[in-house]
Design a protein around this ligand. Structure first.
Ligand code: MUC
Ligand code: MG
Length: 382
């Protein structure tokens, strides 16, 4: 038996390489929440539960994620068998409503610990990887069209990314459409262009927006209207050829079912954190597959740790028709992994080691650690 002895949480504040301008916030720092679960046999598991733009993206914040784990999840877990992952997760679900990102961080650490004890990658516990690498998009969100065009050209020439997601919704619709059209024209057939509105448009805006984006050669629009507008999303999806993707509305399989039933999207952005963990994200995948929807490997702009966890799951999915956007570590001035993830030939490679397949660089964890949060085990936070 590998009893859960301790659950530790750290918040890291890592500057981004440039301002990341979203419709609801401009990010200059990413605040990542890391978890470490220590087991009685000396094994460990690590996980991440990170959100975007403070509390402007969803109801969970870095501080709430850390506090929910410390105050409510850890006490439920201490003393339980780490090998009984389903039982542990079910107990958490009984004691904690919602708070899916906090739950996801802990669940990832439990999977990591279990897979490490078994000496296999987490993907093996989900039936085995069918991909050794996955395509990875990049987000252009400097807030300036010329800067975005220069960045896109650099990425294409370096062989890093040839799929771009543009963050829009802050400016007037016609200005956003002109911005997207300029970028699409500049990259031509060398890259595909999608947009993420992060819920900023009214239905009226969205009608003009989708028509303009479609004419500009943009192939997909992500969460154009607020999550409560399911029928409006369905109307948009049915009215235009451009693909409509659900993101913020998807907090796990229950929402995936609602989206499918309401025909609110053509594509599901599957996010591990937002879904509430790897298992629940795999259920979102299953619902999307059963409904014949397109799938996309989404991100909460996690460090290499959360990104690697997502890669473990997505590597087991037969078809991700829209690829992934697992570029989070590249947006940070420095990542926190001992061995960085490999990005090349427009793909990110799936780490092959046991567990999630990555380890911390403890100096980096120490460097970016927020005052007051620390991994306490002797030797850990060197
Ligand atoms: C989102 O809404 O999808 C993903 C990529 C990016 O730049 O922001 C995130 C959030
Ligand atoms: Mg999104």
């Amino acid at each position: 038996m590998s009893k859960i002895e301790k659950v530790e949480v750290v918040i890291l504040d890592i500057p981004t390489i440039r301002g990341h301008v979203l419709s609801m916030a401009t990010m200059r720092t990413q605040s990542a929440v890391l978890v470490r679960v220590l087991f009685s046999d000396g094994s460990e598991g690590i996980g991440e539960g990170t959100t975007i733009g403070g509390i402007s993206y969803c109801p969970e914040s870095p501080e709430s994620i850390a506090s929910v784990i410390q105050t409510y999840i850890a006490p439920v877990l201490i003393g339980r068998d780490g090998n009984g992952l389903n039982e542990a997760v079910q107990h958490i679900a009984k004691s904690v409503k919602g708070n899916f990102i906090a739950k996801s961080a802990v669940e990832i650490a439990l999977w990591d610990g279990l897979a490490k004890r078994l000496g296999v990658p987490v993907s093996q516990l989900f039936g085995g990887a069918v991909h050794s690498r996955l395509p990875a998009a990049w987000t252009l969100a400097s807030g300036n069209s010329d800067t975005d065009i220069a960045e896109a050209h650099e990425m294409i020439e370096a062989g890093r990314h040839n799929t771009f997601k543009l963050k829009i919704g802050k400016r007037a619709v016609r200005d956003d459409v002109a911005h997207v059209a300029r970028i699409k024209e500049a990259v031509g057939d060398a890259a595909s262009v999608r947009v993420d509105v992060n819920q900023a448009w009214s239905l009226q805006d969205a009608r003009w927006g989708l028509k303009g984006l479609q004419d500009a050669g943009c192939e997909l629009v992500e969460q154009p209207v607020e999550t409560r507008f399911m029928a409006e999303m369905a109307e948009l999806a049915a009215s235009y050829e451009i693909a409509v993707m659900a993101d913020e509305v998807l907090n796990g399989p229950e929402d995936a079912l609602r989206v499918v039933t309401a025909r609110s999207a053509d594509v599901l952005a599957v996010k591990v954190a937002q879904s509430g963990g790897l298992s629940r994200a795999s259920e979102v995948v299953a619902i999307g597959q059963a409904a014949g929807l397109g799938l996309y490997g989404g991100t909460m702009l996690e460090t290499g740790l959360g990104t690697a966890a997502a890669l473990q799951l997505f590597s087991t999915v037969e078809t991700l028709a829209w690829g992934t956007e697992l570029f989070g570590p590249l947006l940070l001035v420095e990542d926190i992994l001992a061995e960085p993830l490999t990005y090349k030939d427009f793909h990110v490679e799936i780490p092959s080691g046991a567990g999630i397949g990555v380890e911390f660089d403890w100096e980096k964890v120490e460097k970016f650690r927020r005052d007051g949060s620390k991994f306490t085990r002797a030797g850990a936070a060197r």
